[in-house]
Design a protein around this ligand. Structure first.
Ligand code: ATP
Ligand code: MG
Length: 353
């Protein structure tokens, strides 16, 4: 009998262009797992994007562009099931069912929710006229449905999503405890998951934070963004808890720490160590650090930009595989939803029978 393949699930919101945090926190692992022959489900989380909606945005356009970037990064729709969250509407039904075993207090203690709450008074972040929604509070339940619906074993995400995966594990356990073993409980997020800080030194680089270095940035933009990073000596300690030892010097200014982290990800070890030495010796080196890093970044981006612009990687290609892959994931997902309906006592859907 052949051994069961591990099931992988992860998604990205179509809220902007893919950045270095997305790449090293998620996409790189997506590609590695795909090449290891695992059973991979990767989706574009367009329902999730709606939780930060301020005015109408063209999420469909952004979804297509993000999928072209997925392909440019090495994701292959013939090897991985790559789909759009809203093409699997039974996820919404599972969210409703899971909501019945989800504790509101637990959701209110979620860090993303608490973070948005604290920003409500800060009108600059676009929350004006857009108070906290039921959708935002329920975000972790929808994410639990995404994960549980395909029976995922592993959820490769960045460290910022650790708590959401723990909530999904908790929801699945509660469901199973109450209604009998129905849902597969996924593994927690890997201990070495990355959280890349922003170019502004904020704890997280994020599409909605406007502090990103993007995979599609051209050399001019890369240089401009990196040159604009604050490197003046700032006594504030690095605000990021790192899982990776010796990546940055603890007392380093946060935005300088981001440059070092990027250098560590992209440059050979000797180049990185050389710049570490310069910092320790307090040499004048910020200009050189920035131009050197900008070169590594542009060299990294070049083939991705090329594949993104490949005429074969067009909207029609993306729409075709979206259609095909939605057909592949639907039966898997419906099986889970039907099992939950049955377990809870409402029985199978009659119109799907
Ligand atoms: P948004 O600001 O709209 O939430 P985002 O940049 O946080 O966008 P997501 O779509 O929420 O990106 O997350 C996609 C994936 O990228 C997730 O697996 C997430 O953990 C990972 N990720 C996002 N930002 C970082 C980061 N700074 N470091 C490491 N991983 C990250
Ligand atoms: Mg995010």
């Amino acid at each position: 009998m052949s051994e069961k393949r591990e099931i992988i699930l992860s998604g990205i919101r179509p809220t902007g262009r893919l950045h270095y945090g997305n790449y090293f926190g998620a996409i790189k692992t997506f590609v590695d797992l795909q090449e290891q022959g695992k059973s991979c489900y990767y989706f574009i989380a367009d329902y999730h994007a709606l939780t930060t909606l301020t005015e109408r945005e063209d999420f469909f356009r952004q979804t297509l562009d993000m999928l072209r970037t997925y392909v440019a990064c090495g994701l292959d729709p013939a090897k991985s099931v790559i789909y759009r969250q809203s093409d699997l509407p039974c996820t919404a039904e599972l969210t409703l069912l899971l909501g019945m075993v989800t504790n509101i207090g637990h959701l209110e203690r979620g860090t993303t929710y608490k973070d948005k709450m604290s920003k409500l008074t800060d009108r600059r972040d676009g929350t004006e006229g857009n108070p906290l929604s039921y959708g935002l509070l329920g975000y972790p339940v929808l994410m639990a449905a995404d994960i549980l619906i395909v029976k995922a074993d592993i959820v490769p995400v960045g460290d910022d999503q650790r708590q959401h995966v723990e909530m999904a594990m908790d929801i699945a356990q509660k469901f199973n405890h109450r209604f009998g073993e129905t849902l597969k409980v996924p593994a927690p997020v890997a201990r070495n998951a990355l959280r890349l800080p922003g170019l502004d030194g904020a704890a997280k680089m994020g599409k909605s934070e406007h502090n990103t270095l993007d995979l599609l940035d051209d050399p001019k933009t890369v240089l401009k963004k990196i040159k604009g990073v604050q490197t003046s000596t700032d006594p504030a300690p690095l605000s990021v808890e790192s899982n990776e030892p010796d990546m940055v010097i603890p007392e380093m200014a946060p935005s300088l720490g981001t440059l070092y982290r990027l250098l560590h990800l992209l440059a050979p070890e000797d180049v990185y160590l050389d710049f570490m030495g310069k910092y320790r010796r307090q040499e004048k080196f910020y200009g050189l650090l920035k131009t050197t890093l900008a070169e590594y970044v542009s060299k990294f981006n070049e083939p991705i930009i090329e594949r993104y612009n490949d005429p074969a990687n067009n909207d029609e290609f993306v729409m075709d595989f979206l259609r095909e892959n939605a057909r592949k994931v639907t039966p898997v997902a419906l099986e889970t939803v039907e099992a939950c309906r049955q377990a809870m006592g409402i029985g199978h859907s009659l119109h799907r029978a």
